[in-house]
Design a protein around this ligand. Structure first.
Ligand SMILES: Cc1cc2nc3c(=O)[nH]c(=O)nc-3n(C[C@H](O)[C@H](O)[C@H](O)COP(=O)(O)O)c2cc1C
Ligand SMILES: [Mn+2]
Length: 463
């Protein structure tokens, strides 16, 4: 099946045509200060997450799109599959990456603004929540290069609009962009960045791959699209940029300088305060004619959580399975939490899986391993496995003070580390030898017809 469009605007046109209930254009003027978030929040309260196209946002000429990746079926359709095949599609892309291709020109440079023409305040100024220090850009893919190997990295990093030409940036220490920045600082060089706005969902999902430092996420974007990402040289920095993006901000992170960044309402559902962090000097803004500004609502909203988990689950599954084939499935049910299902082949294997899971991504803080008779989508079933298959002294371990996301609000003051908890909730010594599960015999289930005994009852009853 084909992807929905080849770029952001092509995707939007096809969603509008093919999924009319998942796409809304809003004519009425809306403010970027809390109002777009209020609309997203009110719709989420009704379990609705359509793509929202705001035609007129106060103070800017750019229309704003939120929720491009807020529905699993729309993201799946954008990659040419049904929603149950999303994880398999991602795994396939990891095994069939496609490198970017240089093209001779692209619409993203139809308008080029440099020097005094650079003004971040002309872009939509979106403030999400009352704890945010001010407007942020949070729907952009940040691209940078390793200073030694030249290999590219892509990630999402919130950007605080400080003035016309400066952006604060939050790079989780230990994640790849932070590592590139550390290397650049050690060499006394600034780190050049291309900030990409208006990305096809395949680019978004590719950028959010969790895995080795050396993997170029653009190759996964290609794998997901089934065609290479087309790139052209940026105008003021030594980086390639996607030719068919909507807007590119070119800039550099200045070495050794720090300024306050935050507070900002985070994906954890908390606002962890303001910390001295690096900032970006913007050198150019380029964009398409009639460029569309892509936004992702900050904080624990549906789009951000889905964007994180859709790529995270197959990325971690890929890593675990390539080390331990007994691993069958994974799920990230909450921030910093991972469930893994295994078909256990020997004693001690679940603990080996736990140790490997902590190595898969530093954000894994609490990990539970269960047998594959447990449906990971059913939290109650996982909790029941913990209740009935775990003896804490035997099956639970804590590794104290391990590197972790500093946005964990429970971590000790000033220390970017957390205690990691592993729970082996598999049946011991094996599922086959564990206490029997009671069942009505198969032949009786087949023989008994409800209507013969309790006719006329409504099919479903409220609890
Ligand atoms: C909408 C959104 C916003 C994010 N904001 C940040 C951020 O501000 N800082 C950060 O370090 N990671 C942020 N992340 C998570 C990273 O983008 C993600 O962990 C990415 O895979 C890191 O790239 P890397 O594996 O190449 O280091 C965000 C993710 C999403 C979906
Ligand atoms: Mn990376």
């Amino acid at each position: 099946m084909k992807t929905l469009g080849n770029d952001f605007r092509g995707f939007l046109q096809e969603v509008k045509a093919k999924f009319p209930t998942e796409y809304v254009e809003i004519d009425k003027e809306v403010s970027g200060t809390y109002e777009t978030t209020a609309i997203v929040t009110k719709l989420e309260m009704q379990k609705r997450t359509p793509v929202l196209f705001f035609k007129k946002v106060t103070g800017t000429d750019f229309p704003v799109v939120v929720n491009a990746c807020a529905s699993r079926s729309v993201v799946a359709a954008s990659l040419g599959v049904g929603k149950n095949d999303l994880s398999d599609k991602y795994l396939h892309a990891l095994n069939h990456m496609i490198k970017p291709v240089a093209v001779s020109g692209g619409p993203v440079q139809e308008v080029v603004l440099t020097g005094d023409q650079v003004n971040l305040k002309k872009l939509p100024q979106i403030t999400y929540h009352n704890t945010d220090v001010g407007p942020y850009i949070s729907g952009s893919i940040v691209m940078a290069k390793d200073p030694d190997t030249g290999s590219y990295n892509c990630s999402y990093n919130r950007l605080m609009v400080k003035d016309e030409k400066r952006l604060g940036i939050y790079m989780t220490p230990g994640k790849h962009l932070g590592q590139i920045y550390e290397k650049c600082e050690q060499r006394g060089k600034s780190m050049e960045l291309a900030i990409v706005l208006g990305s096809h969902p395949a680019w978004c999902m590719g950028a959010l791959f969790i895995g080795p430092y050396a993997t170029d996420e653009r190759d996964i974007m290609g794998g997901l699209m089934g065609r290479p990402l087309e790139v052209i040289p940026a105008r003021t920095i030594d980086l390639q940029v996607p030719a068919f993006a909507e807007i590119i901000i070119e800039g550099e992170v200045v070495s050794f300088e720090r300024e306050d960044e935050g507070p900002y309402g985070e994906f954890t559902g908390y606002s962890a305060g303001s910390i001295k962090r690096p900032y970006i000097r913007v050198k150019a803004i380029t964009h398409r004619n009639g460029a569309i500004y892509q936004d992702v609502c900050g904080g624990p909203h549906r789009e951000l959580l889905l964007m994180s988990t859709i790529p995270m689950e197959p990325s971690i599954l890929h890593f675990l399975q390539s080390n331990i084939p007994a691993v069958q499935a994974v799920r990230c049910p909450a921030p910093f939490t991972l469930y893994v299902a295994i078909k256990k082949t020997r004693e001690g294997q679940a603990k080996q899986v736990l140790l490997t899971a902590f190595a898969a991504d530093m954000q894994v803080k609490h990990c539970v391993v269960v047998d594959d008779d447990i449906d990971l989508g059913d939290n109650a079933a996982v909790i029941r496995a913990i209740a009935t298959r775990v003896q804490a002294d035997r099956d639970l371990f804590i590794i104290k003070g391990v590197s972790h996301d500093e946005l964990d609000p429970s971590r000790p003051e000033g220390i970017p580390a957390s205690d990691k908890v592993g729970i082996d909730a598999t049946a011991k010594p094996s599922l086959a030898k564990f206490a029997a599960k009671p069942k009505v015999p198969r032949d009786v289930m087949d023989r008994i017809k409800l209507d013969d005994f309790v006719p006329g009852l409504p099919k479903r009853q409220k609890d």
